[in-house]
Design a protein around this ligand. Structure first.
Ligand code: GDP
Length: 530
């Protein structure tokens, strides 16, 4: 075993997925509390404002430090090193979330017990499916009136198409919430509603311990019946099925009251997978890179700008995939085919931004850069090893950029190129005119781009609607057919920032017709960074 393999075995790298308001922020705070990073609690709260209004988001971004420390949080727990990757709350930044999900080995899904499975949960589960990411489920807010637990599990199984194995089971709900029964431990955890108690929670061993009828009343009989039902239905917790993303262990609790969270964290750290191998391409051949591969490798899944307004630097978040990162080492950028010296990579232990001495597979490090790093970039010690599977998603919204001062065209292009490399927006340049078309997943992205162009590049512009409904990256191996396709569709074709050809469809009907006319051309709604 290499040291990297030993260290990797201790790492657990995950993200929380949920529909807004299900309780992700609250749960994050409580997890950090258990991880000993108590001082962070306030900081996480601060980040919430990011999704209320653009202006809040900008103001917050400018109070440097806030968003970066909460982007990645590392804490020790139960002998493991846990890396929690935060994802933006607002769905307008969901592309960022999708890419962050490529950098984790597992995820924790939070469901509101009164609402069940919500639209964003469904979408995020689809994304985790692309890599068969194992999911642990936390059903939250049992201190409120909730839907019956059996109904909730049924809904998760039906809509999200994953088997559920309850690990804890609630006794009562809302005002009558009494606690949970842990099916594997055969133990009750009693709810007191006191948010501040972290350590002592009353427990009772044994499903049929004495005095429970008197204590829980009618809810006890309901619990016995439900436990009977779920025990009959399932074969208990199957670790392999969980690791294969076919089954999710389910915990119930109340995040805000810090109830059920410790049991969740215990189960999570015990079962969740250590850093997994990653798909890469090496000299045109697909291969998997294992954490015990001796040499350092990693990829960038997120770039955050404006950490320091005075320096205009950006922090690129890199997931270490193999070997180790040592302070001061020379990193090889596979895309630029050259070295990039990183003098002070950041780590995210507890609340502080600290300089890293050494980072291991599963860890995230922050690399300062001034535009030399792009999302999807792979880094190595010299090997031309390119990680695959970090996609751009075809945007849903499009705008044409109108520059107010034509003399600023150069700055505009520079600004857009950089914003593109950060993943803040996508830029398309039509083949037959000089328009610039922006694509985004959410409308807030446009506002952010407009604001940043002015603030960072002194470029004033407005965005106007444009007759584009879908963008699809096009590929065709047959050069002759490709030529024909281009000749016929030139006015709807553009190049993206990376020079890849894109078809800008005016409507879904238009897209379907074009597909039918050119069956040999592939239209793709994701594009991998190269
Ligand atoms: P997020 O949008 O998923 O990050 O959700 P938050 O953590 O911000 O929670 C949304 C709202 O639900 C907030 O008002 C929280 O105080 C509340 N909340 C979170 N967890 C619980 C819980 O366990 N019980 C109750 N009653 N409210 C909760």
């Amino acid at each position: 075993m290499t040291e990297a393999a030993d260290q990797a075995a201790l790492r657990r790298t995950f993200a929380i997925i949920s529909h807004p308001d299900a309780g992700k922020t609250t749960l994050t705070e409580k997890l950090l509390l258990f991880g000993g990073a108590i001082q962070l609690a306030g900081t996480v709260k601060g980040r919430k404002a990011t999704r209320h209004a653009t202006s809040d988001w900008m103001a917050l971004e400018q109070q440097r430090g806030i968003s970066i420390t909460t982007s990645v949080m590392q804490f020790p727990y139960n002998g493991k090193i846990v890396n929690l990757l935060d994802t933006p709350g607002h769905e307008d930044f969901s592309e960022d979330t999708y890419r962050t999900l490529t950098a984790v080995d597992s995820a924790l899904m939070v469901i509101d017990a009164a609402k069940g499975v919500e639209p964003r949960t469904i979408k995020l589960m689809e994304v985790t499916r692309l890599r068969a990411t194992p999911i642990v489920t936390f059903i939250n807010k049992l201190d409120r009136e909730s839907r019956p637990p059996l109904e909730l599990l049924d809904e998760i199984e039906r809509i999200l198409n994953i088997r559920c194995t309850p690990i804890t089971w609630p006794i009562g709900m809302g005002r009558a919430f009494k606690g949970v029964y842990h099916l594997l431990e055969d133990r009750f955890y009693i709810y007191s509603g006191d948010k501040h108690r972290v350590s002592e929670i009353e427990t009772i061993d044994g499903l049929r311990a004495e005095g429970l009828h008197e204590r829980f009343g009618q809810d006890y009989q309901t619990l016995l019946d439900e436990i009977d039902l779920v025990s009959m239905a399932g074969d208990g917790f199957d670790l392999d099925a969980y690791r294969a993303a076919k089954l999710t262990p389910v915990f119930f609790g109340s995040g805000i009251n810090n109830f059920g969270v410790r049991e969740l964290l215990n189960g999570f750290t015990e079962w969740s997978p250590p850093p997994q191998p990653r798909n890469a391409e090496f000299n045109g051949i697909d291969r998997e890179v294992y954490p015990d591969h001796e040499k350092f490798t990693g990829f960038v899944f997120k770039i955050q700008a404006n950490m320091d307004p005075k320096h205009r630097d950006r922090v690129a978040f890199l997931r270490v995939c193999s070997g180790s990162y040592r302070k001061g080492m020379l990193l090889h950028s596979v895309r630029l085919n050259g070295p990039v010296r990183i003098s002070n990579a950041l780590t995210f232990m507890a609340a502080d931004r600290e300089n890293v001495e050494q980072a291991w597979p599963g860890d995230i490090i922050g690399l300062h850069n001034h535009g030399t790093i792009s999302i999807g970039d792979s880094f190595s010690e010299g090997e031309a090893l390119h990680f695959t599977g970090i996609p751009n998603f075809a945007p849903d919204l499009f705008r044409r950029v109108i520059l107010k001062d034509p003399l600023k065209a150069k700055q505009l292009n520079k600004g857009l190129d950089q914003l593109c490399e950060e993943g803040a927006t996508q830029v398309y340049r039509p083949m037959t005119n000089n328009d610039i078309i922006l694509g985004a997943v959410g409308v807030l992205q446009f506002e952010v781009v407009q604001y940043r162009l002015k603030d960072e590049y002194s470029v004033d512009c407005v965005f106007e609607p444009v007759q584009v409904h879908n963008a699809r990256w096009v590929h065709c191996d047959d050069q002759k057919k490709l030529r024909e396709f281009i000749d016929k569709n030139e006015t709807r074709l553009a190049k993206d920032h990376y020079g890849t050809m894109v078809y800008l469809a005016s409507s879904s009907v238009n897209l379907n017709m074009t597909k039918e006319r050119h069956p040999e051309v592939r239209f793709s709604d994701t594009r991998e960074q190269r």
